[in-house]
Design a binder for this molecule. Sequence first.
Ligand code: ZN
Length: 161
Amino acid sequence: MHRAVAAYFPEQPAEQGWAVMADYRGGCHCGAVRLVLRTARAPGDWPLRRCTCSYCVRFGGVYTSDPAGHIELTSRLELRRYRFGQQTADFLSCPACGVYFGAACEVEGAALAVLNVRVLDGVALDLASAQPMDFDAESVATRNARRRRHWTPLVLAEPVE
Ligand SMILES: [Zn+2]
């Protein structure tokens, strides 16, 4: 049995019709989790950010997001979720092989995520150009507003235990 989390799809501008959206696939190491990032942006135009928080530096996570795209994440196992600090986001990883996918949250009923681009298959990206970000001083309200503007709508399917 799978559950689907309600996803928020911002209206696509006319010039960004589905015809120009492309799928970028990825997943974990053991194969339990597969994902698709659908975006109209070419990989060379993706914003790349690395978070300098105490969790992200341990994984070397490099993130991208596209509020006009979406992420579909499909797991055969219930995902591992980790929270810390202000407890506003789940850091998602595969419960079997431990690969880390990125962070997900819910803002005003919308499921949103940033993707750790290291889990994508064969997308050439200049990871060294990723901008360092420090969000430690943000309030919860500021943080949620930023995520609403910048994070990617998420569709998550995983078994319910
Ligand atoms: Zn795995």
